[in-house]
Write a protein that binds this ligand. Structure first.
Ligand code: A2P
Length: 358
């Protein structure tokens, strides 16, 4: 059954998981986009209840301190939009309470992404899918979002048959605890101290770990070939769903690297027809929320250290993949702040798309 409750022009917005790495960025996005909220309610676990978070204000909400409330089933009374980033189990636990309260849940976790009745949305690519929601809209995985934002402008040049992608994912992808572990462990390593990895399976300081999330064999996603991680298979399944294209083949390798913030991706794409490097650059330069940063002669290309806190997806190193015949192959390098573009900002863009259009 389709969702019929109209969205007010000045919605009440709840941020569920407001103290987390993504939750804090959600608050910043509401501020920076001046989201027309009438109230912003910040929710977290009982551990954080009563503490405050600074807020610069947005819409009808003045600047000041927001007091954190413990998330309970009653928290969503009067809420219109609930931005969730507190983990999949919390999203599953509260889904019913949120939708029964009449709020639309925009969920950053993997809980509902593959459900056929839940749209999986990157507004620059498939905003139209939002209209099909029935109370829940899923925010895709961060590595998938920045890839599809970068590739969307290229889909007008030909059908993308195949993608080979390797990710270089920052420690903040594992939440606030991941970022802290990289910082603390780097100091411990340099001081020659003993340390024990907690947020990651191995040492993250001065290391790369080709293992993000668990190695899967079904469950969340069916028919996973042996040897892939859940993070990798999310990229396969989510790319097909967002592009509404089951024929697109994706071969991912996801790697955690000792970078604080911003994911990078090396992407090789194979089109169904010849496509020139110049046409790709022109399409990227005109892409929505995409910035072409590609001047290798002057050492200009996107790098994660440069782009934390940016809303854009940066693309560089655009070149021919000479291993694909008939000029059908292109290689490129993509960098974006995954906490923003790959999570919080995408969720707030979805919230903007829910507002009544003038
Ligand atoms: P809290 O800070 O009170 O633990 P991150 O992804 O950075 O680890 O953040 C997770 C977010 O989800 C935090 O805001 C955390 O709140 C919140 N959270 C985790 N478990 C629960 C829970 N059971 N109920 C409500 N919020 C939760």
């Amino acid at each position: 059954m389709a969702w019929t409750k109209p969205m007010p022009a000045h919605p009440v917005v709840a941020v569920a998981g407001a103290t987390g790495a993504v939750g804090r960025e959600m608050l910043k996005c509401l501020e920076q986009l001046d989201f027309p909220a009438s109230e912003v309610r910040v929710l977290a676990s009982a551990r954080s209840a009563g503490q405050t978070l600074p807020f610069a204000g947005c819409g009808q909400v003045p600047a000041g301190e927001l007091t954190i409330q413990e998330m309970t089933e009653e928290s969503f009374q009067g809420v219109d939009i609930a931005l969730f980033s507190a983990g999949a189990s919390v999203s599953k636990k509260f889904r019913q309470a949120v939708t029964e309260a009449g709020a639309v849940m925009i969920d950053n976790s993997s809980a509902f992404r593959v459900d056929p009745d839940v749209p999986l949305v990157v507004p620059e690519v498939n905003a139209a899918a939002i209209a099909e929601h029935n109370g829940v809209i899923a925010n895709p995985n961060c590595t998938t979002i920045q890839m599809v934002v970068a590739l969307e402008p290229l889909r007008a040049l030909g059908h993308i048959d195949r993608i080979i992608v390797s990710s270089y994912q920052s420690s903040s992808g594992a939440g606030a605890k991941g970022m802290e572990e990289l910082q603390v462990q780097t100091g411990q390593y340099l001081a020659g101290e003993e340390f024990e990895p907690k947020a990651f399976a191995h040492q993250i300081a001065f290391n790369c770990i080709p293992h993000i999330d668990v190695f899967v064999d079904g469950d969340y996603l069916n028919d996973v070939p042996e040897g892939y991680t859940k993070e990798e298979w999310k990229m396969v399944v989510e790319t097909k769903k967002i592009f509404a294209d089951d024929s697109i083949e994706v071969a991912p390798t996801c790697v955690r690297v000792p970078v604080l913030r911003c994911h990078s991706e090396s992407i090789n794409i194979e089109f169904d027809r010849p496509v020139s490097v110049e046409a790709v650059k022109e399409a990227l330069a005109n892409g929505t929320h995409v910035t072409l940063e590609d001047d290798p002669a002057n050492n200009v290309y996107p790098m994660p250290a440069l782009h934390a806190d940016s809303f854009e997806t940066f693309v560089g190193r655009v070149r021919r993949d000479h291993t694909v015949g008939d000029d059908k192959g292109i290689a490129l390098w993509v960098v974006a702040d995954q906490l923003l573009r790959g999570a919080a900002l995408n969720a707030v863009y979805i919230a903007q798309a829910l507002l009544p259009q003038e």
